[in-house]
Design a protein around this ligand. Structure first.
Ligand SMILES: [Mn+2]
Length: 318
């Protein structure tokens, strides 16, 4: 869809629901809040609904409490689904009935174009960049708290400006967001330097499981989900740990395994040699980008892990 078509959808409708994927990250939160602001600014009725709770580190963003609500029962004119490559990643049923039409805005290359209208730009670093371009290319001026949400979105999806999607183009976008009032160091501190004590203790437990495989080309850490309860920690406390799995020089692929007795969830990272997005897509329900992806195998860790290692071994030899 074009910007013009997106403008028409917004002007011709009055009620909007915004949603995004499970395991909320900075891009999904920031881009939803920026679009929410715009719809409210246009005098529209707007709600945000996500299944998973808002990680506390994003609660400094203005209007973030709007993500904490129950699923609204009314039918909306339009359901905006942001940063979500397929409807099952929403984690809730009935998205086709929730509104008269779905508009899908995303940057994941495995997006299934499930919307009635789709704005998919895989060349952007974050869905937040797409919303930024919508605003700036349509001369929509936005306040500092929206600049903050969009900066948070881009900072998160570039791994704090470390991933290969950190280009001059995206840094220019962020420079503009800083000039529009985003407080870069305050956003950094809220998102990356606001761990709880139990959160860091949980990470220490994960570090203690660090193991190298396949001649040092693969590094993994694991976490039985029961440890989260044992420490009184939260799921989100382990977020960011996946990036640590690819910090050794020899390593090409990093793995975080979080497992229950019956299921093993893999967060995969790659330095570029192996396309972990393709690895994850080979598992039902899995997906992601070439350097960061995730999937779940319905088997205990002891069975699922050797399976994953043999898939990655083939890719490394490929
Ligand atoms: Mn994203």
């Amino acid at each position: 869809m074009t910007w013009n078509e997106l403008n028409v959808v917004i002007e011709n409708n009055s009620s909007f629901l915004i949603s995004s994927h499970l395991s909320l990250d900075g891009d999904c939160v920031g881009s939803q809040l920026a679009l929410y602001w715009y719809l409210k600014d246009r005098g529209k009725q707007a709600c945000i609904y996500c299944v998973d709770p808002l990680p506390a580190k994003f609660s400094f963003l203005k209007n973030s409490e709007m993500l904490a609500g129950e699923k609204p029962s009314q039918q909306f004119d339009v359901l905006f689904i942001l940063d979500c490559s397929n409807q099952s990643r929403l984690g809730w049923e009935g998205s086709n009935e929730a509104a008269k039409q779905i508009v899908n805005i995303d940057h994941h290359r495995d997006n299934t174009r499930f919307g009635f209208q789709n704005y998919i730009d895989t060349a952007t670093a974050a869905t937040g960049e797409i919303i930024y371009r919508f605003f700036t290319e349509n001369n929509i001026d936005f306040p500092d708290h929206v600049a903050e949400s969009l900066y948070c979105a881009i900072m998160s999806d570039t791994g704090g400006f470390r991933f290969s999607n950190t280009t001059g183009k995206i840094l220019s976008v962020c420079a503009d967001l800083a000039n529009r009032g985003a407080d870069c160091s305050a956003i950094y501190e809220n998102v990356y330097a606001s761990h709880s004590q139990t959160g860091l203790l949980l990470q220490a437990r994960m570090w203690s499981t660090l193991t190298f495989h396949l001649e040092g080309k693969v590094c993994s850490m694991e976490l039985p989900l029961s440890v989260i309860d044992e420490l009184g920690a939260h799921h989100s406390d382990s977020e960011g740990m996946a990036d640590n799995t690819v910090t050794a020089k020899s390593v090409e692929v990093g793995i975080i395994c979080k497992h229950s007795p019956t299921q093993t969830h893999f967060s995969l990272r790659s330095k570029g040699l192996v396309d972990v997005g393709r690895v994850a897509q080979g598992i039902p329900g899995g997906g992601g980008h070439c350097c960061a992806a995730g999937c779940t195998i319905d088997q205990p860790y002891a069975l699922a892990m050797p399976k994953m290692l043999s898939i990655i071994d083939k890719e490394l030899r490929g």
